[in-house]
Design a protein around this ligand. Structure first.
Ligand code: NAD
Length: 472
């Protein structure tokens, strides 16, 4: 059992004072790690340390901060196997995927941010004024379990680059990566108080961060439900609230698309990480004339992906994160059956090759209509739902008919797809692929959030803008 009951505050590990909480492995259903839920007082100590450190860290030179990001990347690389194992044990990402896609995506943000910082123009002239970018201050960061390290790196790297100091609270479902990252920060020589880690849950630790009067900004990635609670808790102190929230991405398969060429890379987004990605393009919209062929192609892709132990190397998918998610996905699959969708493969219950854990049978539904529950709620499991359209206008209408606007995928001829992209109300549109580009902004329209992460947009998110009028 991994002991993550300490917090990292002011450059030192301190024993937690709050309630003990076990992290349950989704493949064995046994406790693998333990945390202590940081209290309001512990959050306050971390905030004081960050506030104290801000005075000097905000004055460091760009060269020093570029060098610091470089040292962090070096230390991070040494710990990739540890990150991979922590993810596999705690949230069930297969270790091969966790130590490549998951861990290397996080690592890339430190390198990209260092490059962005080197080139960044901290001052520009507009009219008679100088516009100057400055660090925002003390940032509270609250992150999810599904891409546990990547979502942390997307905040920590630009906040350090900007000259901010920070308090991170990772997900209570997957605390190991953040603990290891704090060790990385220490080894890289991040000055005391600049990076602080408190372990804990949402209602106690997350709420204390959101409402804290001496935190200048809360940067949150997670569900829309929690994002709303965080924004409300932050409202009394008028701090900046940056949110990266849920999604319900469509995959618009263009009429006449070469299905066997374009579907494999986009359906991959429904299966990778057991479907637990905010941008998973699960609503697959297919022209009525191609539905029979699309069903065969999607079914073959989904059936070719085995389910297996996340600690075993290889290309399989693991369990979903916890019992609550398992139960929710089972209920969504059952709801689709009850509401009249056609189950093409998969379904409720455990896959035949496992007898415990929160494994979901990779599932394909056809005959899904926009009014069904499964077409509206985030599934967060390896479930593809195929929906028919008559005209491209209708497909675009269905794709946009969601309160979310994080991402959308288009499968088909790239030139035709590029004409459709402006009509999709989402912050990210991917053509014949499903992942973002780490140099480019990533963030949601509508109820998927209000900010952007990644590259220069991500850096600016963690800065204040000052206008100086009258300077020579
Ligand atoms: P979640 O909202 O349950 O939890 C996320 C974090 O918020 C955790 O650290 C949790 O402890 C904390 N939290 C929960 N309630 C809180 C409260 N009242 N006050 C303060 N903090 C609180 O989300 P999750 O289940 O960990 O992650 C999955 C969700 O995250 C999905 O909806 C997914 O789409 C979304 N997500 C979005 C992005 C993005 O970039 N837009 C990326 C990854 C995940």
């Amino acid at each position: 059992m991994h002991d993550y009951t300490q917090h990292y505050i002011d450059g030192a590990w301190v024993p937690g004072e709050g309630a003990v909480r076990d992290v349950i492995s989704p493949s064995t259903e046994e406790a693998v790690s333990q945390i202590k839920v940081a209290t309001k007082g512990e959050v306050d100590r971390a905030v004081q340390a960050a506030r104290k450190a801000f005075h000097s860290f905000s004055q460091t030179s760009v060269e020093d901060r570029v060098a610091l990001l470089g040292r962090i990347a070096e230390e991070y690389k040494k710990r990739v196997p540890d990150f991979g194992r922590a993810m596999a044990e705690e949230m069930g990402a297969p270790v091969s995927f966790a130590s490549t896609a998951q861990s290397l995506a996080g690592l890339a943000h430190f390198g990209i941010t260092a490059k962005t910082l080197k080139d960044f123009q901290f001052s520009e002239r507009l009219g008679n004024a100088h516009v100057v970018y400055e660090p925002i201050g003390v940032v509270g960061m609250i992150t999810p379990w599904n891409w546990p390290l990547n979502q942390i790196a997307l905040k920590v790297a630009p906040a350090l680059a900007a000259g901010d100091t920070m308090i991170l609270k990772p997900s209570e479902e997957c605390p190991g990566c953040a603990h290891i990252l704090a060790e990385v920060m220490h080894a890289a020589g991040v000055p005391a108080g600049v990076f602080n880690l408190v372990q804990g849950d949402g209602p106690t630790t997350g709420e204390a961060i959101s409402a804290h009067p001496d935190i200048d900004m809360v940067s949150f990635t997670g569900s829309t439900r929690a994002g709303i609670l965080i924004a409300k808790a932050a409202a009394d102190t008028v701090k900046r609230v940056h949110t990266e929230l849920g999604g319900k991405a469509a995959n618009v398969v263009l009429p006449g698309a070469d299905l066997s060429a374009v579907l494999p890379p986009t359906i991959q987004g429904v299966l990778a990480n057991s479907g637990q990605s905010c941008i998973a393009p699960t609503r697959v919209l297919v022209h009525k004339d191609q539905m029979a062929e699309a069903t065969q192609v999607v079914k073959a892709i989904v059936e070719s992906v085995p389910v297996g132990d996340p600690l075993t190397e290889g290309a399989h998918i693991g369990p979903v994160v916890n019992k609550a998610q398992f139960d929710k996905i089972q209920s969504l699959i059952q709801s689709a059956i009850d509401e009249g969708a056609t189950l093409e493969t998969g379904g409720t219950g455990l896959p035949t090759n496992v007898n415990r854990g929160y494994f979901i049978r990779p599932t394909v539904f056809t005959g899904v209509t926009p009014d069904m529950r499964i077409a509206n709620e985030e599934i967060f499991g390896p479930v593809a739902t195929l929906m028919t359209y008559d005209t491209l206008d209708q497909a675009i209408e269905i794709a946009n008919d969601t309160p979310y606007g994080l991402s959308a995928t288009i499968s088909g001829d790239p030139a035709e797809a590029a004409k459709v992209a402006p009509r999709l109300r989402a912050g990210l549109v991917t053509i014949n692929s499903w992942g973002p580009d780490s140099f480019a902004p990533f963030g949601g329209y509508k109820q998927s959030g209000n900010g952007r992460e990644g590259g220069v947009y991500g850096l600016k998110e963690f800065m204040e803008v000052k206008t100086v009028v009258g300077a020579p």
